[in-house]
Write a protein that binds this ligand. Sequence first.
Ligand SMILES: Cc1ncc(COP(=O)(O)O)c(C=O)c1O
Length: 359
Amino acid sequence: MKNVEIHPEAVERIKKFSVTDANLGFGKYVCPIMVQAVYDKGEWQRFDLLPYASIPLDPCAKVLHYGQEIFEGMKVFRHPDDSIHMFRPEMNAKRFNFSARRMAMPELPEEQFLEACDVICAYAKNAVPRRLGESLYLRPFMIATEVGMGIKPAKQFLFVIIASPSGSYFSGDSVKVYIEREEIRSAHGGIGAAKTGGNYAASLNSYAKTIALGCDQTMWLDAFEHKYIEEMSGMNFMAVIDGEIHTPEIGDTILDGITRKSIIDIARAEGIKVNERKITIDEVLAATKEDRCVEAFLCGTAAVIAPVASFMDKDKTVVHLKEPNGKVGMRLREKLIDIQSGRAEAPKGWLYPVRNLNF
Ligand SMILES: Cc1ncc(COP(=O)(O)O)c(C=O)c1O
């Protein structure tokens, strides 16, 4: 494993950084440091902690034309005793490498990924917010920097981690979901399970339609029959039907969410039955109309859990959930936030303590 070289200008910059805004928002503030690593000649060359700065890119860099890019999103929490903890970062490291393989990019050894995350967190410790529900959001990403117009996998890459002190992604208001019955996000054999920019680019046209219709989030259905629920553009989906949680099973078209996995574990530990299976949107709409499905929620790192208020269909008919701030989702949300922030005991291995450095 390579050590991260600490540049004194980066340390000076982060020492002077503070955010006093009571409303941190999501991605509104970014720490003035970043980790950067270069991949060339078949290996990772060096890792540096640098001042945050623009990335110089040749106009022929392959990422700009062919979208060879992957990223992760993860959170870091301050506990009541002031210690700092990353939440399940090994899972992000594994998913990053899964995405890298799918996009013909080099893997980053898991311990190297964790070391790089640990270093930026250790230096950004004063930027980890203090209030419950707030966190330092890490965004590791990798881009193809090789210059050339040929459509073939690049051989040179840049890995970067930036960090953003963040509040909650959602205001806590329940979310109006628009059911996308025409466009698709992902198909079998495609890239839907990888965390790569193309999936998000593919979602934006429908996002614009979703907002124009007064909704907040797009729900994607399967590409073949357009009837099975897959996920949202940046979150997984769960419905509570007859008191049990039902969530689409993970396959090669859905991002394997870490929040989803954690919620399933917490729910099962609390005695709630969780069914991972194929679910049609029509089944959920019918169960909602019959009040068998009284709540549904979306889950992901940024929002944790966002309850669903309603589903809007293609013909603009709207079906409302009876409990738009449902008990099950809110209880699981509270439990997960308590675990992340050190207020409840975490299952073994869920919290990764960040080293404490004096600088
Ligand atoms: C497409 C998509 N689905 C689901 C999720 C939720 O995944 P996680 O809980 O790991 O953040 C995300 C966010 O990362 C996402 O971008």
